[in-house]
Design a protein around this ligand. Structure first.
Ligand SMILES: Nc1ncnc2c1ncn2[C@@H]1O[C@H](COP(=O)(O)OP(=O)(O)O)[C@@H](O)[C@H]1O
Ligand SMILES: [Mg+2]
Length: 308
């Protein structure tokens, strides 16, 4: 049986990947031969792995074309988990529009393309959301709170400057109302393996009123049980993603981040199907569940290869 698995990181991110040691050990336990590899290591022959699992290559944000090229190369010689079309679709928060189109409740989002006038775009947003005291401006492609900023309605100049800066860098930008339920209850991140709910965490608000932006460190998180309505929305988001991408099997892993809107209903803030942080230290048995799901997927993959 093919059980040789690459767990992909990049060296600067490995030290903040708190899931990696737990997952590595759990893989050993179920008989998976796991190796921790940097996607930027030129000496690795990726075809010697039965599958390559994206874990923490988080610095790819600085090298997006190279990272995608690498994903393509790997996909041509072995199985990439999650598969390339999933990773590609999920890199860009325009997927929120696809989810909304499928009836999934998402954080109201206005997408602004490069070339747009930042003043016009912002005023259109503010007119549409006249009840929003505060709002958020963030890049469509981004991670780790990078370039995510919160503004109050009266700080239009600062918001226009930030929006203009991102547009000038040729980035697509998202403007959203600031959902202040996050200040009281945080966001809920739900983690799924093979389509099955595993665990959830609470992440506290990262955009502070004074404009400071915190990183989603371990200290910002705590274990939390997801509620029934949160699980329903998260499952709907994963189903919609699978339908949109025409997947034949459940996603091997996925994370759905939810914040409650003004009416207290959960809304999708982010769907992470590429290289999600899985908060395994907050739910120790989750590593064993993930390793088991990977093991089954590896077996199916090697069977498919044989019968091809
Ligand atoms: N509309 C919003 N309302 C309230 N907080 C937000 C909103 N958008 C982003 N945030 C805060 O900023 C953080 C990072 O934004 P997110 O959309 O998750 O992007 P990233 O891909 O950088 O994680 C979130 O974890 C949350 O704390
Ligand atoms: Mg996030």
């Amino acid at each position: 049986m093919g059980n040789h698995l690459a767990l992909v990181t990049d060296m600067p991110s490995l030290v903040i990947d708190y899931d990696m040691p737990l997952l590595f050990d759990a893989c050993q336990e179920v008989g998976i031969k796991a190796e921790i590899c940097s996607w930027q290591d030129p000496d690795i022959a990726w075809d010697r792995f039965d599958a390559v699992l994206l874990r923490s290559p988080w610095r790819y944000v600085d090298n997006l074309p190279q990272f995608l090229e690498w994903c393509e190369r790997v996909s041509n010689v072995t199985s990439l988990f999650n598969p390339l079309p999933v990773v590609r679709w999920n890199l860009d928060k325009h997927y929120l529009a696809d989810l909304a189109g499928a009836g999934v409740p998402v954080v109201p989002s206005r997408f602004v393309p490069p070339g747009a006038d930042p003043v016009v775009a912002l005023r259109a947003f503010l007119a549409e959301h006249d009840g929003a005291e505060e709002f958020v401006v963030k890049p469509a492609v981004g991670a780790y709170s990078r370039d995510v900023q919160r503004f109050s309605r009266s700080a239009e100049d600062g918001a226009v400057a930030h929006l203009g800066k991102l547009l000038d860098q040729d980035q697509h930008v998202i403007v959203q109302p600031y959902l202040d339920a996050i200040d009281r209850a945080g966001e809920t991140d739900l983690i799924y393996f093979d389509g099955v709910y595993s665990h959830a965490i609470r992440k506290r608000a990262l955009l502070l009123p004074d404009g400071t932006v915190d990183e989603p460190t371990q200290q910002a998180r705590a274990a939390r049980a997801a509620t029934k309505d949160e699980r329903a929305v998260a499952a709907a988001a994963l189903d919609a993603a699978a339908a949109h991408l025409k997947l034949r099997e459940p996603l091997l892993y996925g994370r759905v981040d939810l914040v409650r809107g003004a009416d207290d209903k959960p809304l999708v803030l982010e769907l992470e199907l590429g290289e999600p942080s899985l908060s395994m230290p907050f739910a120790k048995a989750s590593a064993a569940r993930f390793a088991q799901a990977i093991s089954v997927r590896l077996e199916e993959t090697s069977l498919k290869r044989k019968t091809r």
